[in-house]
Design a protein around this ligand. Structure first.
Ligand code: FAD
Ligand code: FES
Ligand code: MG
Length: 276
């Protein structure tokens, strides 16, 4: 059992949870994630470790309501217990001295981006971060990102915070202004696909962290398989980060929507049980 120590609401749909998990807090690195199960009847869902406090023995998760499990998680309170939490899982990000790093985060993808931005900054890089979301209330962790970035550009689809436009608009401006040595993109698959197409045009090595559907998280079930450079990879053990220029994003998007009907039905069933 893992106790929730603190809950902070970022918006109606995005919540930060600080959870007691001392062993994970000690060993996690940027890029790692956990898989949790709220209770014995619950399904397993992966979430990135956004931060950790080794002394306090806690890890920070940022969850966005997407369906039944994430909604239940976002509604938990300090003092509640999560049945089990496995991790750290996945390969850590290859943090190194690259020069100038352009970090692009979309929506809740900013949570996994935060430890990577911090890592690259601490490794002596110049870090420029673009935070993008549909609207102001979906921009998360802006203060924390600013702490580790030399420059931050906020882009919203509706112009309600920062500048109006997609992440690629801000990214291309930076690329045209100065030499960018490496790019990291984390967010919805469509956002990573277009960021990858942009950086490919300018020949900038780019990593993307994939949000494939996961079940066991140990390379056994095959649920998280993706095609990278024509080869099948398992996101949970080979990733979650891959060379963005080699990822088949269209296949990923197709697979992400594979259980849409079942997820919709489950959500409707769940809403009935909580409203009657
Ligand atoms: P559902 O209604 O079941 O599904 C909604 C959508 O979420 C689906 O269409 C599918 O695209 C995706 N999804 C559903 N089940 C899974 C699953 N078992 N594994 C992965 N995706 C699934 N979300 C965050 O809010 N914060 C994070 O820090 C975060 N980190 C992630 C790190 C990794 C490595 C991965 C793979 C995913 C991460 N996600 C994160 C996405 C998160 O796991 C899904 O939003 C969540 O599983 C949705 O479950 P649900 O039951 O609430 O919604
Ligand atoms: Fe089962 Fe990756 S989640 S193989
Ligand atoms: Mg679900």
């Amino acid at each position: 059992m893992n106790q929730i120590i603190n809950v902070v609401s970022f918006s109606e749909n995005v919540v930060k949870l600080v959870v007691h998990a001392p062993r994970i807090a000690r060993s996690r690195k940027p890029g790692h994630f956990i898989i949790l199960r709220i209770d014995e009847k619950g399904e397993r869902i992966p979430l990135t470790i956004a931060a950790a406090d080794e002394k306090a023995g806690t890890i920070t998760l940022v969850a966005q309501k997407a369906g039944v499990t994430s909604k239940r998680l976002c509604e938990m309170k300090a003092g509640d217990q999560i049945l089990d939490l496995v991790g750290p899982l996945g390969k850590a990000t290859h943090i190194h001295k690259a020069g100038t790093v352009l970090a692009c985060g979309g929506g809740v993808g900013v949570a996994p981006l935060l430890p990577i931005v911090e890592g690259f900054k601490k490794a002596g890089n110049r870090v420029i971060t673009i935070l993008a979301a549909r609207s102001k209330d979906l921009i998360i962790l802006e203060d924390e990102i600013r702490q580790w970035s030399d420059e931050v550009i906020v882009m919203t689809d509706d112009g309600s915070h920062g500048r109006k436009g997609l992440v690629t608009v801000g990214a291309e401006e930076i690329i045209k202004r100065e030499k960018v040595d490496e790019c990291v993109a984390i967010g919805p698959a469509i956002m990573m696909k277009f960021t990858a197409l942009l950086t490919q045009k300018y020949d900038i090595p780019t990593q993307a962290s994939l949000n494939a559907i996961m079940v066991d998280g140990t390379g056994m079930c095959g649920a998280c398989r993706v095609s990278v450079g024509g080869e099948t990879k398992f996101t949970c053990v080979d990733g979650p980060e891959f060379d963005a220029h080699k990822i088949d994003f269209d296949e990923l998007m197709l697979r992400l929507g594979g259980y849409k009907n079942e997820e919709k039905e489950a959500f409707e069933r769940f809403m009935k049980t909580v409203t009657v």
